[in-house]
Design a protein around this ligand. Structure first.
Ligand SMILES: O=C(O)c1ccccc1N[C@@H]1O[C@H](COP(=O)(O)O)[C@@H](O)[C@H]1O
Length: 237
């Protein structure tokens, strides 16, 4: 059985970019509430942008080392469905932030060259045990600036049994999206730099091409599923 890989486009600051993401058929839109990011938006600006988001598209709020009060105050202004905790929040801090905000959340793990695959599995289990609001691990590359750097990591570090539950990010683009989907088989992919004309300014053509490249990966998985034996095909990804 194969599945449609979910797509999140992150770091939106302009109305026309929101429309481009929706038109391209992506599933989620990300707003960066980290003041040091060039893609930073205020909660009020995010609320304005979310007004043009149709139903069944998830609006995600990205935070880096914010306090529970700060995140709760942001979701009172901007109607976010999901929170992305992209900093050094501990497992318990992440659970407390989500509880204060009353929202489901993704927790980032910033992968380094020496990250052991088991660390990823253990970190996912610890987050899952800490809160019923935890939804999934988001894997990004370790960089000093926390994220949005367009830098990839070694996907072979992702355990095969974890992959169908993770959101894969870090340096994705039209050039590697098909391989990422067909090779890693993640639940979802998340991109910022790879679909930009400049930081915080998205490019509609790049967004459409990225979505098409992800769907090409899905098509490869679909055709593989048809050629697998019945016992292999019964294993959901
Ligand atoms: O987008 C940002 O500015 C940002 C700032 C701080 C932390 C994370 C940020 N974005 C996230 O980074 C990853 C990778 O992005 P890229 O595609 O490599 O540019 C992604 O999850 C973004 O949501």
């Amino acid at each position: 059985m194969s599945m449609r890989t979910r797509i999140k486009i992150c770091g939106l600051t302009r109305e026309e970019d929101v429309q481009a993401v929706v038109a391209a058929g992506a599933d989620a839109i990300g707003f960066v509430f980290y003041p040091k990011s060039p893609r930073y938006v205020t909660p009020e600006r995010a609320a304005e942008l979310i007004r043009s988001v149709p139903p069944f598209i998830t609006s995600v709020g990205l935070f880096v080392n914010a306090t529970p009060d700060e995140v709760a105050a942001t979701v009172r202004v901007a109607p976010l469905s999901l929170i992305q905790l992209h900093g050094d929040e501990t497992v318990d801090q992440a659970a407390a932030i989500a509880a204060a905000a009353g929202r489901q959340y993704m927790k980032v793990f910033r992968v380094k060259p020496d990250t052991a695959p088991d660390e990823l599995l253990e970190y996912e289990q610890a987050n899952r045990a800490a809160s019923p609001l935890f939804t999934s691990l988001l894997l990004d590359t370790y960089v000093d600036a926390y994220g949005g750097a367009g830098k990839g990591f070694d996907w072979s570090l992702i355990p095969k049994d974890l992959a169908p539950r993770v959101v894969l990010s870090g340096g994705l683009s039209v050039h590697n999206a098909t391989d990422a989907v067909a090779g890693v088989r993640p639940y979802a992919v998340d991109i910022s730099s790879g679909v930009e004309a400049a930081k915080g300014i998205k490019d509609a053509r790049k967004i459409a091409d990225f979505v098409a490249a992800v769907r090409a990966g899905d098509a490869i998985l679909e055709s593989q599923a048809h050629h697998e034996s019945p016992s292999e095909a019964a294993v959901p990804r």
